[in-house]
Design a binder for this molecule. Structure first.
Ligand SMILES: *[C@@H]1O[C@H](CO)[C@@H](O)[C@H](O)[C@H]1NC(C)=O
Ligand SMILES: *[C@@H]1O[C@H](CO)[C@@H](O)[C@H](O)[C@H]1NC(C)=O
Length: 371
C-alpha cells in the first residue's frame, strides 16, 4: 500500500509515453556513467598507466585501505592503530642493498613491541616496469618481528612520492614510524633509542622528527657540529633523512602545506645562506630537483623554527648508517664510509637513553643554544 501511489504514477507515465521515455532514460544514464568514468580516469590516470605495463609487471597489491594517493595510485591503510612501530622501507632497483637493510631490521631488539614492516617499491620512470629481483626478494623476505607488506606503486612516484605518500597517519594514531631508504642499515638498538627520543621530546612543539644517523658533515656548518658528549642528543635545524622518524603532528602539517605550496609553480623553497639551497638550485638547472624533496622540509622547518633530534654519541657512532650508493642522490662516486659506525653490543650503553631535558640546539652555522 505504501508504494501504491508511486507505482501508479510510474504506470501513468509509462502508459502515456511508452518507448520514448524508457529510451531517453537509458541514454541519459549511459551518458552520465560514461562521463563519470572519463572524469575519474583522467583524474587518476590509472588505467592508462597500467595499459603500458607488460602483463608480467601487473603485480597485485596487498593493501586494500582507504587512502588513495594521486601521486602513486596506491591505496594504503593507516587505520591500524595498534602498532608501536611502523618501519617503512622505500626501494626501487637495488635488491642487494634492500636485502642488507631488511636483514639488519631482523637483528633489532624491538623489546617485544608490535612492529610492522611496509616495503614500498617504485617503478621505472621510463619503462614503468618494476624491478623483478627487488620484488621477488621483498616478497620472499621473512620478517621475524611482525607483519610485512610489499606495496608496488602503480606508477613512477620518485623520491617525493616515496617519502611523502608512505606515512599519512590519522590523528589518533600513536605509532612511531621510521622511513628508511634501501641503502641504510640499522643498529640492533635503534628502536630503543628512537622510542626514548620520542618519549623525551614528542611534547615539544619545535621538533620536526628524529634522525638515526649523524648530521651529514658535508652539509653541516663549516666547522662541523661539536656538541659536548654529556648531551646524548641534540637538535639541529635541518632534518636527517638517513633513517628519519617524523613527529606525527609536524609531519601532517608539513604534508598539508607541501600539497598546497607545491602547486604554485613560481614558488621556490629557498632558505638563504645554506648550502642545501645552492644544491637545490643546481638540481633545478638540470631539472633534477625531484631528487631533493628535503628542500621543502628544510624550508618548512625554517619558517616554523623546527628542529630535528640527533644522537650525540662518542666517536660519532649512530643508530642508522647510509652506505652512499649510486642512486637518485649520488652518482656513485662519493667515497663510501667503509667504517661501520653502528651502535653494537660492544659499545652499547644504556645511558644513551638518558636524554637531556633541556635540549641543546644547533643552528645552521653550528652555534649552540639552550632552550
Ligand atoms: C654537561 O657538562 C657541562 C660542563 O661540564 C655542564 O655545564 C652541563 O650542565 C652538563 N650537561 C648535562 C646535560 O649533563
Ligand atoms: C606563488 O609564489 C610566488 C613567489 O613566491 C608569490 O609571489 C605568489 O604570491 C604565490 N601565489 C600564490 C597564489 O600563493
Amino acid at each position: 500500500m505504501k508504494y501504491g501511489p508511486r507505482l501508479g504514477v510510474n504506470k501513468m507515465f509509462l502508459n502515456r509515453k511508452p518507448k520514448c521515455a524508457v529510451l531517453q532514460c537509458v541514454l541519459i544514464l549511459t551518458s552520465i556513467l560514461f562521463l563519470g568514468f572519463v572524469l575519474i580516469k583522467s583524474q587518476f590516470n590509472l588505467a592508462s598507466t597500467d595499459k603500458n605495463i607488460p602483463a608480467k609487471n601487473k603485480i597485485g597489491f596487498e593493501n586494500n585501505g582507504r587512502h588513495l594517493y594521486k601521486r602513486s595510485g596506491l591505496r594504503v591503510n593507516f587505520e591500524t592503530n595498534n602498532l608501536d612501530l611502523r618501519i617503512i622501507v622505500i626501494t626501487y632497483n637495488r635488491p642487494m642493498s634492500m636485502l642488507r637493510c631488511l636483514n639488519s631490521l631482523n637483528d633489532v631488539d624491538y623489546v617485544g613491541h608490535r612492529v610492522k614492516l611496509d616495503i614500498f617499491i617504485d617503478r621505472s620512470s621510463e619503462s614503468k616496469k618494476v624491478d623483478q629481483e627487488t620484488y621477488s626478494i621483498a616478497k620472499a623476505f621473512s620478517f621475524l618481528h611482525g607483519e610485512k607488506t610489499v606495496n608496488v606503486h602503480k606508477k613512477n612516484v620518485g623520491l617525493y612520492g616515496q617519502w611523502l605518500d608512505t606515512w599519512r597517519p590519522t590523528e589518533d594514531n600513536k605509532e612511531i614510524a621510521v622511513i628508511l631508504e634501501d641503502d641504510m642499515t640499522v643498529s640492533p638498538y635503534f628502536y630503543k633509542w628512537l622510542r626514548a627520543a620520542h618519549a623525551h621530546y614528542d611534547t615539544r612543539a619545535d621538533v620536526s622528527g628524529y634522525a638515526l644517523a649523524n648530521v651529514y658533515q658535508l652539509a653541516a656548518a663549516p666547522g662541523g657540529i661539536v656538541v659536548p658528549l654529556n648531551y646524548t642528543a641534540y637538535m639541529y635545524a635541518i632534518l636527517g633523512s638517513w633513517g628519519f622518524s617524523p613527529h606525527r603532528d609536524r609531519w601532517q602539517e608539513f604534508l598539508v602545506w607541501y600539497d598546497s605550496a607545491s602547486t604554485n609553480a613560481s614558488f621556490n623553497p629557498y632558505v638563504e645562506g645554506i648550502r642545501h639551497t645552492e644544491w637545490y638550485k643546481s638540481f633545478q638547472k638540470t631539472n633534477s630537483e625531484g631528487s631533493m624533496w628535503t628542500m621543502w622540509h628544510i624550508y618548512f622547518s625554517h619558517i616554523h623554527k623546527l628542529y630535528c633530534v640527533f644522537p650525540n654519541l662518542p666517536d660519532r657512532y649512530m643508530f642508522g648508517q647510509n652506505h652512499h650508493e649510486a642512486g637518485l642522490h649520488y652518482s656513485g662516486n662519493v667515497k663510501a664510509d667503509q667504517l661501520d659506525k653502528l651502535v653494537s653490543k660492544s659499545n652499547w650503553n644504556p645511558d644513551f637513553l638518558k636524554m637531556p631535558k633541556n635540549a641543546i640546539k644547533v643552528d645552521y652555522y653550528g652555534r649552540i643554544s639552550f632552550r
